[in-house]
Each structure stands twice: as structure tokens, then as C-alpha cells.
Design a protein around this ligand. Structure first.
Ligand SMILES: *[C@@H]1O[C@H](CO)[C@@H](O)[C@H](O)[C@H]1NC(C)=O
Ligand SMILES: *[C@@H]1O[C@H](CO)[C@@H](O)[C@H](O)[C@H]1NC(C)=O
Ligand SMILES: *[C@@H]1O[C@H](CO)[C@@H](O)[C@H](O)[C@H]1NC(C)=O
Ligand SMILES: *[C@@H]1O[C@H](CO)[C@@H](O)[C@H](O)[C@H]1NC(C)=O
Ligand SMILES: *[C@@H]1O[C@H](CO)[C@@H](O)[C@H](O)[C@H]1NC(C)=O
Ligand SMILES: *[C@@H]1O[C@H](CO)[C@@H](O)[C@H](O)[C@H]1NC(C)=O
Length: 419
């Protein structure tokens, strides 16, 4: 066996050190209330869609009934607006009594009984973004303890109503407080998003040591413009962002809005493909009770999920841009690759992108690669490094390719394809 010099080993170890709670070795997958359900607290006139234990339970039911859980979607996460407007007499956060009459512990028990995990939200600041009680520096330990007693599995800590100095103290402090509870609680930090998301203001070495995932950029909204804007920002800043990610420590470009109102079918594929390439958390924020079969087909694509969950945990990068085409590439385990060719243009007909493996820097296996079209779920054939690939991409659409080396000795499991 050839050993790399020790300096390289140590260098890597130092660089990749991540929060030592053993969690999220691959990006988290699940459901999160915010983008679709927002701060709807009106259970009188909208009982089915208000933030309540009923909503969370019905999503947990759907996740087990409709095959989400088997595919890896395991977190059912509350966002803002779950709590009462005041802390209890002992200074602890408490749920709104009308919307969560059974309490959060009972709700977590329910989610756990389905074989799923339960996540909650708080905000490092005087108030949450929607004006509920925040976690201030002096309540961090109490809140961590409360969440652990409720058997919460993930905490998203937002950053409204506090300044940079409070955040610099509070985010690491919560990490320690969570650890001290003894309960493994995945920790999602909104910190970088409040500091512009880029070094030198944001120190990703520190983030990787204290958080499992973090929002880097602005909130996603229900539109194509928002999805494209996020993709462009990650592409434009990839040199700084891409090295920050790895097993246990993920950049979070925010929730999947697939299944809502703002994206066309083709645009929905773009979000899913690019989130897979970016090793992004996959938190669906739509209504699993009414989601269409078409939408499910995109969100439940097993080969795409395999790419997203790749064990190396290396975030992909944009490698080419021309004429409204963008090519993104992700290195996967055992010499495999994923490539997304996106057409961000709006000319009506599908446009042709001509390339080959060599041009995309995929040269490791001289014999060539097996190529699969992930979204169409078909095998395209064996390709030599210089064989032309004619890729037709719809306007505001994407083609996602999965590549397997022909020269590999690895015994790969067969990808799941269209029947
Ligand atoms: C707390 O941190 C220690 C040391 O980093 C680690 O070994 C342990 O697993 C952590 N515990 C939890 C519950 O996160
Ligand atoms: C939070 O509350 C403290 C104490 O009342 C106050 O000094 C501070 O300005 C508030 N911060 C923000 C960002 O509202
Ligand atoms: C930040 O907020 C804290 C707590 O509210 C306050 O004590 C501190 O002076 C603030 N710092 C700045 C730079 O505004
Ligand atoms: C980031 O934090 C790490 C760990 O505390 C430190 O060693 C490093 O110098 C910081 N980087 C920058 C650019 O400040
Ligand atoms: C679309 O892609 C081109 C590269 O082909 C890029 O220059 C442009 O910024 C992208 N436009 C948007 C709105 O993302
Ligand atoms: C493609 O590569 C093969 C093997 O390296 C070579 O024999 C062939 O001439 C090349 N074809 C073209 C069109 O360059």
C-alpha cells in the first residue's frame, strides 16, 4: 500500500475536522415546515395548514405511508412559530398550548414511533424572526436541556434579533450546551447567512467544528428566480464554500420548494439535480398530503438520492459556463461521477450541448464510462473518453448524468432505473 506523506494525512485531518457528534455523515434528508407553511398560526380558519401538532403528525404519517422514509427522508422538522409567546414560570421555552396541546415531548414520541426523527427551531437573539421568545446567551443551557428532555434530534438555530458579537459567542456556546446534554442532536446554524456567508467574515473552519450544517445565503422563496439566484451564488463563490463541506458538515442552500407553486416541472428537476451535485441537505417544504405523482417522481428518484448521499461527501463544482449552459460536476466514491448540464436560457426549444468526457475532465478510467440519465432513469450506454455526448436540455431545465468507470473492480449495485 502506498502511504501519502504524513504531512498530507495530518493536513487533511485538520482541515476536515468536523463536529464530533457522529451525526450527518451524509447530508440530512427530511421535511421542514417553513417555506410552505410559514408562520400560519390560524388554526381556527385553517386547521389543516396551521403550525400545530396535527400538521407535524400528518406529515410524519405521510412520510411512512408514501415511501419517503425508505428512501432516507427521516427528519420531520418544525420551524418558527411553534412556541408560546412567553417562557414558562421556570424560564423554559414552551409550545403554544392551543396548537400543541399534547406538548413537544409527546410529539417527538409520535414521530419516533414512526421510525423518524424530530427537529425543532430556535433563534439566537432576543426574539425569533417571527417574534417568539428567542434563545439569549443566558438561556442557551436551559434551552439545550429542554430540547434534550423533549428528545429532539435536530436544532435549527436562526439568527434574528442579535448582533455579530452575540452570534460569535452564542453559536459555539450552544454547540457545547448540546454536547453537554449527552443527547446526539444535529445542529443547524444560520450564523453565516447573517454575516454575508463568505470569508473572512465567516470562518468555515470554526463552523465545521461546531455545526453539522449551516445556511450560507438568503432564504429560498417559491420562485425560479430564487432557485437560480441561489445556484449562481454558490457557483460564483464555490472556491470558498466547496472546501467547507464534508461528512458531518454541510453547506445548506435551503429547502426544496418542489411540489409548491413557483417551479415548472423542468425547473423542479433543476433544483433537485443541483442540490444533489452540491451535497445539499434535502429538506422538502411542501405539502406531502397533496403532492402530485409527477413531483414525487422527482423527489423520490433513487439514483439521484444515491448521488446526493455519496459517502465521500465531496461537494460538486461548476466547471463550465457558456451560452446559458452551466456544467456542474461532483466526484463520487469509487471513481464515479455525477454531471449536471443546466440550460438557464429561455429560448423555447431544447438546445444541444455537445461535449465529451475528456472535455469535462473525466479521464481517470481510460476505457471509458457507463453513462446513465438520472432524471429519465435510463442507461445511455458505454462511452469512450472522446466520444461526443449530445445532450439536449430544455429551457430552464437540466440533464443529470451518472457515470460509472468501465475499468473498476468495484462490485457496484445496479442503479434503479425506469421499469
Ligand atoms: C460530545 O463531544 C465529545 C468530544 O468531542 C464527543 O466524543 C461526544 O460524542 C459528544 N457527545 C454528543 C452527545 O454530542
Ligand atoms: C436585545 O436586548 C438587549 C437587552 O434588552 C438590548 O440591549 C439589545 O439591543 C437587543 N438586541 C437586538 C438586536 O434587538
Ligand atoms: C451586541 O448585543 C449585546 C447584547 O444585546 C450588547 O451588549 C452589545 O453591546 C452589542 N454589540 C454591538 C457591537 O452592538
Ligand atoms: C478560523 O478559525 C481557526 C480556528 O479557530 C483559526 O485557526 C483560523 O486562523 C481562522 N481563520 C481566519 C481566516 O481567521
Ligand atoms: C446563465 O448561465 C450563464 C452561463 O452560461 C451565466 O453567465 C449567467 O449568469 C446565468 N444566468 C443566470 C440568471 O443565472
Ligand atoms: C478516441 O480515442 C481512441 C482511443 O484512445 C482513439 O483510438 C481514437 O482515434 C480517438 N478518436 C478520435 C475521434 O479522436
Amino acid at each position: 500500500m502506498l502511504l501519502p506523506p504524513l504531512s498530507i494525512l495530518f493536513g487533511l485531518a485538520a482541515y476536515c475536522s468536523s463536529l464530533d457528534n457522529g451525526l450527518l455523515r451524509t447530508p440530512p434528508m427530511g421535511w421542514l415546515s417553513w417555506e410552505h407553511f410559514r408562520c400560519n398560526t390560524d388554526c381556527k380558519t385553517d386547521p389543516e395548514n396551521c403550525i400545530s401538532e396535527h400538521l407535524i403528525k400528518s406529515m410524519a404519517d405521510k412520510m411512512t405511508e408514501d415511501g419517503w422514509k425508505e428512501l432516507g427522508y427521516e427528519y420531520v422538522n418544525l420551524d418558527d412559530c411553534w412556541s408560546a409567546k412567553e417562557r414558562d414560570s421556570q424560564g423554559r421555552l414552551q409550545p403554544d398550548p392551543d396548537r400543541f396541546p399534547s406538548g413537544i415531548k409527546a410529539l417527538a414520541d409520535y414521530v419516533h414511533s414512526k421510525g423518524l426523527k424530530f427537529g425543532i427551531y430556535s433563534d439566537l437573539g432576543n426574539y425569533t424572526c417571527s417574534g417568539y421568545p428567542g434563545t439569549t446567551l443566558d438561556t442557551i443551557d436551559t434551552d439545550a436541556k429542554t430540547f434534550a428532555e423533549w428528545e429532539v434530534d435536530m436544532l435549527k438555530l436562526d439568527g434574528c434579533y442579535s448582533n455579530s458579537s452575540v452570534k460569535a459567542i452564542g453559536y459555539p456556546k450552544m454547540s457545547i450546551a448540546l454536547n453537554k446534554t449527552g443527547r446526539p442532536i444535529a445542529y443547524s446554524c444560520s450564523w453565516p447567512a447573517y454575516e454575508g456567508g463568505l470569508p473572512p467574515k465567516v470562518n468555515y473552519t470554526i463552523l465545521g467544528e461546531i455545526c453539522n450544517l449551516w445556511r450560507n445565503f438568503i432564504d429560498i422563496q417559491d420562485s425560479w428566480e430564487s432557485v437560480l439566484n441561489i445556484i449562481e451564488w454558490y457557483g460564483n463563490n464555490q472556491d470558498k464554500l466547496q472546501p467547507a463541506a464534508g461528512p458531518g458538515r454541510w453547506n445548506d442552500p435551503d429547502m426544496l420548494i418542489i411540489g409548491n407553486f413557483g417551479l415548472s416541472y423542468e425547473q423542479s428537476k433543476v433544483q433537485m439535480a443541483l442540490w444533489a451535485i452540491m451535497a445539499a441537505p434535502l429538506f422538502i417544504s411542501s405539502d406531502l398530503r397533496t403532492i402530485s405523482e409527477d413531483t414525487k417522481y422527482i423527489l423520490q428518484n433513487q439514483l439521484l438520492i444515491y448521488i446526493n448521499q455519496d459517502s465521500l461527501g465531496i461537494q460538486g463544482q461548476r466547471i463550465m459556463q457558456s451560452h446559458h449552459f452551466e456544467v456542474w460536476k461532483r466526484i463520487l466514491v469509487n471513481g464515479q461521477f455525477a454531471v449536471a448540464v443546466m440550460n438557464n436560457g429561455t429560448e423555447g426549444i431544447p438546445r444541444l450541448f455537445e461535449t465529451n468526457l475528456a472535455l469535462m475532465g473525466i479521464l481517470d478510467c481510460k476505457e471509458g464510462y457507463k453513462i446513465y440519465d438520472v432524471l429519465e432513469q435510463v442507461f445511455l450506454g458505454d462511452f469512450a473518453l472522446n466520444t461526443t455526448l449530445n445532450i439536449k436540455v430544455t429551457p430552464t431545465g437540466v440533464v443529470l448524468l451518472f457515470l460509472r468507470p468501465l475499468c473498476s473492480f468495484t462490485d457496484f449495485t445496479k442503479p434503479v432505473l425506469r421499469a
